[in-house]
Write a protein that binds this ligand. Structure first.
Ligand code: GLN
Length: 192
C-alpha cells in the first residue's frame, strides 16, 4: 500500500514516520506527478493559507480533487481538514471543497493556543485517544453523508468521515498512538 503525504508545508515528516511504523510505503508529494500510483493521500497540518497557495502554484488542486472524486481515500489533519472542507467560515482561503462540512479556523482563540485531551473516538475502541490540538479549527456543521467520529466534552465536533474522506481537527501524527492512521489504512484497503 502506497500512501502519499502532501509535503508542501507543515507536519508531513511525522505522518511519513507514523505510516512507516505501520509498514505502509509513504511518499512525500510536492508535484502532481508524485501522486501517480498512490492508494491514499494525507494532507497534514500546518498553515492552511500557505498550503493552499502552494497547492495552487504547483497545480495540485485539480489533481487532488479528481483523485478524491475517483474514490481514492484522503485524510486531512488540522490545516488538512480545513483544506478538505466544503466551507470555511468567514475566510478567503481556497479549499478543495471535498467533504460536506463547514469549519472555523483558529476556533479556540489566543488564550488556548494548544492543548491535549483524552478524546473518545468510538470507532477506535474504548481507550481514549491522546488528541493534540494546535491553533486548531473546529467543525461547525456537518451535512449529508458525514458521520461524526468525535466530539469534545462540550460537544464540539473534532473528527468526521464521509465515505473515504477522513478529517480530524487535531494532530494524530504527534502522538505515538497509531490507531487513527491504522483506521485510515483500513479505509484505503477497503477493510473499513
Ligand atoms: N491555524 C492553522 C490554520 O488555520 C491550522 C493549524 C494546524 O494545522 N496546526 O491553517
Amino acid at each position: 500500500m502506497k500512501i502519499g503525504v502532501l509535503a508542501s508545508q507543515g507536519a508531513f515528516a511525522e505522518h511519513i514516520s507514523t505510516l512507516q511504523q505501520l509498514d505502509a510505503e509513504a511518499v512525500p508529494v510536492r508535484l502532481p506527478g508524485e501522486l501517480r500510483g498512490v492508494d491514499g493521500l494525507i494532507i497534514p497540518g500546518g498553515e492552511s493559507t500557505s498550503i493552499s497557495r502552494l497547492m495552487s502554484s504547483y497545480n495540485l488542486m485539480d489533481e487532488i480533487t479528481s483523485m478524491a472524486r475517483s474514490g481514492i481515500p484522503l485524510f486531512g489533519t488540522c490545516a488538512g481538514m480545513i483544506l478538505m472542507a466544503r466551507d470555511i467560515s468567514a475566510n478567503g482561503t481556497e479549499s478543495l471543497g471535498l467533504i460536506n462540512i463547514r469549519v472555523r479556523r483558529n476556533a479556540f482563540g489566543r488564550q488556548i493556543d494548544s492543548f491535549e485531551t483524552e478524546l473518545a473516538i468510538p470507532v477506535l475502541g474504548k481507550k481514549p485517544f491522546p488528541a493534540v490540538f494546535i491553533r486548531a479549527p473546529i467543525i461547525e456543521r456537518c451535512d449529508s453523508g458525514v458521520d461524526i467520529l468525535a466530539r469534545l466534552t462540550d460537544s464540539t465536533i473534532v473528527a468526521a468521515r464521509q465515505g473515504k474522506l477522513l478529517v480530524t481537527a487535531f494532530h494524530p501524527e504527534l502522538t505515538d498512538d497509531l490507531r487513527l492512521h491504522r483506521y485510515f489504512l483500513d479505509i484505503v484497503s477497503g477493510k473499513s
